[in-house]
Design a protein around this ligand. Structure first.
Ligand SMILES: [Fe+2]
Length: 466
């Protein structure tokens, strides 16, 4: 069982789809195989046809010569009956012999398997192709009486004199049948070879593309930030080595990324700690606000939970709430601690703290994500807040939630110039500002939370958590 490695999250790049390697390989290999098999089948058919035809020619030549040799003595002794019998018996000897004729030098038929032909003149056939001479035998591809056949003519010689001729016709049906049979056999074999070759091409393309697909899948897993599992490798070839190298590389990268993330988290924690100290030191300047940021963070998170926010978002909200008044660090004591109403100039100084807080957070790249929230925590829903007068959807929702918690904590904390409000009193006050300072939807959710689980049972209580 391989141990999963959790990589850091990253964005997924868009990749243009194109035909896969497998399709390209199959598209190349299959036409190539079809051409090769067809070419081979054609060559085998041609060679085999020629061989079958040559066999028939040799048989025809041999038959014609044997008849010529046998007829010679019968002709010399004028034994026409023997010549006739020779023709009949030869014709009977093989079903593919169309006719056998023995002819005298004047062209008259002396012997024929068909007795009706005896005494007639031997008619010349229509030659289609001259097949060639084989010693004293001439072979031709002819048409006689509308039938195509192979004809073999042999001169009957005696002491150098031609005393007659033999003509034997062989049916081409046997040749055509044999060639057809050969073609069918070769076609069947070719189809079998083609099917096997196609399966082989598919197997080969699969063999090549499977490791590539695994590699692509693993890269996708890493790039989308999902949990990476080592690619299983069984083969010892180059592909196997490639996958093993990739596994090693991925583990190295992920280990380094993990270490970097840990380092970044530690750095963030360190900075967070520093900002907490700063926030605490501001609150320490005013004893009445000690623990204010922590209480605001807790109430904002309780509201976030009520609204169904996830843990990651709640963590984000909590940090933003802890930082919300960090800009007060630069505020002079005579403004920060003043118990009477602030002058216009002092108000201006006071109203600079959201912007200055955002500036402090922007100094650290990983805290700059909280800057916009801190900057907007004194904006009002109706656009009459500060510093920019943004309204409704222009104000980050986390800033609106912090504003509610901030107001509630301020109202329920005893100040030198006024007593703290009770939970009920604070709820009434917050409802008064629903639709002006606060979003009505958020106000309703916050009030529901306060009514269901009031955070302040004692009017002298100075906060939920210190
Ligand atoms: Fe503030």
């Amino acid at each position: 069982m391989e141990e999963p490695i959790d990589p850091p999250t990253s964005t997924t790049p868009r990749v243009r789809r194109s035909p896969g390697i497998r399709l390209k390989l199959v598209g190349f290999l299959i036409p190539l195989i079809v051409l090769l098999v067809l070419g081979m089948a054609l060559a085998v058919v041609t060679v085999t046809n020629r061989s079958v035809r040559n066999d028939l020619i040799q048989r025809g030549v041999a038959t014609s010569r044997i008849v010529a040799l046998s007829a010679r003595w019968s002709l010399l002794s004028d034994d026409n009956a023997a010549v006739y019998n020779l023709a009949v018996e030869t014709h009977r000897s093989s079903p593919d012999i169309e006719y056998v004729a023995v002819i005298d030098p004047g062209g008259r038929i002396l012997g024929h398997n068909d007795p009706r032909e005896l005494g007639k003149r031997f008619a010349p056939s229509f030659r289609i192709v001259q097949l060639g001479g084989f010693v004293e035998t001439q072979a031709d591809d002819v048409r006689r009486n509308g039938t195509e056949m192979l004809e073999f003519a042999t001169a009957i010689l005696h002491r150098g004199q031609r005393i007659g001729n033999v003509s034997v016709g062989f049916s081409k049906k046997t040749l055509v049948d044999a060639q057809r049979k050969v073609r069918r056999s070769i076609a069947a074999v070719a189809l079998g070879v083609l099917a096997l070759a196609m399966l082989g091409a598919l197997a080969l393309s699969s063999f090549i593309t499977t490791p590539i697909k695994r590699l692509m899948s693993a890269i996708k897993v890493i790039s989308t930030g999902k949990t990476f599992h080592r690619i299983p490798v069984a083969s010892g070839d180059e592909f196997g080595e490639l996958l093993r190298s990739f596994n090693r590389m991925a583990e190295t990268i992920l280990t380094q990324q993990s270490a970097l993330k840990e380092y970044a988290d530690r750095l963030e924690d360190a900075y967070l700690g520093m900002v907490r100290v700063v926030a605490a030191s501001i609150e320490a300047r005013d004893p009445y606000t000690i623990g204010h940021s922590t209480r605001v963070a807790m109430m904002a998170c309780a509201l976030g939970r009520q609204l169904g926010m996830g843990e990651e978002e709640l963590g984000h909200l909590e940090k933003a709430a802890l930082f919300h008044d960090v800009g007060k660090i630069g505020m002079p004591d005579d403004v920060l601690l003043k118990e009477e109403r602030l002058s216009h100039g002092e108000l201006d100084v006071m109203r600079r703290h959201p912007g200055e807080g955002a500036e402090i957070l922007r100094m650290a790249p990983f805290l700059d994500r909280y800057a916009a929230i801190v900057e907007a925590h004194h904006e009002w829903y109706d656009g009459t807040g500060y510093p920019e007068g943004r309204k409704d959807g222009e104000i980050p929702v986390h800033a609106q939630m912090i504003a509610l918690a901030d107001a509630y904590d301020a109202m329920t904390t005893t100040r030198p110039y006024r007593q703290a409000l009770t939970n009920v009193g604070a709820i009434e006050s917050i409802l008064e500002y629903s639709g002006t300072q606060f979003s009505p939807e958020l106000t309703d959710a916050f009030v529901k939370l306060l009514r269901e689980s009031p955070p302040m049972p004692d009017p002298d209580w100075k906060g939920m958590a210190l």
